[in-house]
Design a protein around this ligand. Structure first.
Ligand code: SF4
Ligand code: SF4
Length: 197
């Protein structure tokens, strides 16, 4: 019956030209409606004051608010409507599920989002490739991986300047890449979603 309700709701939204929310987004929207009436947690974090600027929550709002939550759990412990209450408000859990979805949705380039959905395999392969690269670099620089002359100094194996030249470009590029986000249609944009203005 719930599935039928959800299908009917999606069909109605599509017919009205609205973007259909996923199940986790629908759950966040439901909980935020309750929080917006309660507002007990207003001072806990930036998410709650931002939430009060909306009465209804569309996809972009939900994504934005989910990424303001840093999963501290304070609102769950304070909430009089947390399970076993029938309202079943668990903001950190609901936000975390949407946040995980946004990591894949807004990854740039988009192919990285697909990799994120198989993050166990991706991290394993990236770790293996990274370690292999480091070992190859060590071999290139020192001529051997079995030297006894390292003197207990990590930088004798991987020189400090080499590490800086490897990681500095990544840390400089990351904020720039993060600024590239997708709008609800999935198109790439230089601007963050137009929400909560
Ligand atoms: S988490 Fe609970 S106590 Fe906090 S604002 Fe929402 S409903 Fe109110
Ligand atoms: S769990 Fe998230 S929404 Fe709740 S108080 Fe902490 S940061 Fe805010």
């Amino acid at each position: 019956m719930q599935a039928l309700d959800a299908l009917t709701r999606d069909a109605r939204a599509l017919a009205n030209g609205n973007v259909v929310l996923s199940a986790p987004e629908t759950e966040v929207a439901r909980q935020l409606q309750i929080c917006n009436a309660c507002r007990y947690c207003e001072g806990f974090c930036a998410m709650f004051p931002a939430m009060t600027r909306r009465l209804e929550f569309v996809k972009a709002d939900i994504h934005y608010l989910a990424n303001l939550c840093h999963n501290c759990g304070a609102c769950l412990h304070a909430c009089q409507y947390a399970p076993p209450h029938e309202f079943a408000v668990n903001v950190p859990q609901a936000m975390a599920q949407v946040r995980a979805q946004t990591y894949a949705d807004y990854a740039w380039p988009p192919a990285l989002g697909a990799l994120y959905k198989r993050n166990g395999l991706t991290i394993s392969l990236a770790l293996a490739a990274g370690l292999s690269l480091f070992l190859l670099l060590a071999l290139q620089i020192n001529g051997t991986l079995l030297s006894n002359n390292l003197g207990g100094n990590f930088y004798n194996l991987f020189p400090h300047n080499l590490l800086v030249s490897l990681f500095a470009p990544c840390s400089c590029l990351q904020p720039w890449l993060s600024h590239w986000v997708c709008d609800d249609s999935g198109a790439t944009s230089h601007q963050p979603p137009a929400v909560l203005h």
